[in-house]
Design a protein around this ligand. Structure first.
Ligand SMILES: N[C@@H](CCC(=O)N[C@@H](CS)C(=O)NCC(=O)O)C(=O)O
Length: 221
């Protein structure tokens, strides 16, 4: 059966908020096109459809949707399998942890772009604290957020873990994840939907982005 709508996702290659949408699309096996923009040269057509000048924007038969958490919910309502729980309270809780994931993305970004040691240490510690807070929330059953099944909330944390793994590999920056958290990260990063959620040369693109930022992080290499 043909897909009900034509989907076009507008992206920056490096953006974790776009990546969560891509993971959901890939996991659901939905067809879409991806347009990567250069963040410093936003075309007029993009400014016209993105009220905050931010990605992702998902064009659904040409109608723009913005805000990644909203895009995720839209995709989940239209394309199976359903990754949000049906129970309203559970769903509300997972929405809240999706918000929390967005906050951790911002803390990670602050850490990556911090210009001096004080700002870097503050951002790293707040990220670490946030990650530790999650530890008490994860289901006892492994590997995903709620246990054995991959949920919408998981799509939000995979981009964070992907970057943490690269930071560990390239800079020896280790947030010392707990065993449960590491199992979650390993399971997410092993999923095809996650592996294919970034450009093939993502590590090089990410490293180049960090060099361009000229942050304190580079002194750790
Ligand atoms: N709340 C937004 C955040 C999106 C966001 O911050 N995107 C960044 C790239 S990762 C962006 O487009 N920044 C451009 C800018 O701030 O000018 C969402 O969840 O979609």
């Amino acid at each position: 059966m043909p897909q009900p709508h034509k989907l076009e996702l507008v992206s920056f290659k490096i953006c974790p908020f776009v990546q969560r949408s891509v993971i959901a699309l890939n996991y659901k096996g939905v067809a879409y096109t991806l347009t990567h923009l250069n963040p410093s040269e936003q075309p007029d057509w993009f400014k016209a459809i993105s009220p905050l000048g931010k990605v992702p924007v998902l064009l659904v038969d040409g109608t723009p949707l913005f805000e990644s958490a909203v895009i995720l919910e839209y995709l989940d309502e239209v394309y199976p399998p359903q990754l949000h729980p049906a129970d309203p309270l559970e769903k509300a809780q997972q929405r809240a942890w999706i918000e929390f994931g967005s906050e951790l993305n911002m803390r990670q970004y602050r850490m990556l772009t911090a210009k001096d040691e004080t700002a870097f240490t503050e951002a790293r510690d707040s990220l670490k604290q946030g990650v530790q807070r999650l530890d008490g929330i994860l289901a006892a059953e492994t590997p995903f957020f709620t246990g054995k099944d991959f949920k919408l909330v998981d799509t939000v944390y995979a981009p964070l873990f992907m970057r943490l793994a690269l930071l560990k590999k390239n800079f020896g920056l280790d947030l010392e994840l707990s065993t449960r958290m590491q199992a979650w990260s390993d399971a997410l990063l092993a999923l095809d939907a996650v592996k294919t959620s970034v450009v093939e040369d993502f590590e090089a693109v990410f490293m180049n982005f960090l060099k361009m930022q000229g942050g304190y992080l580079l002194t750790l290499a």
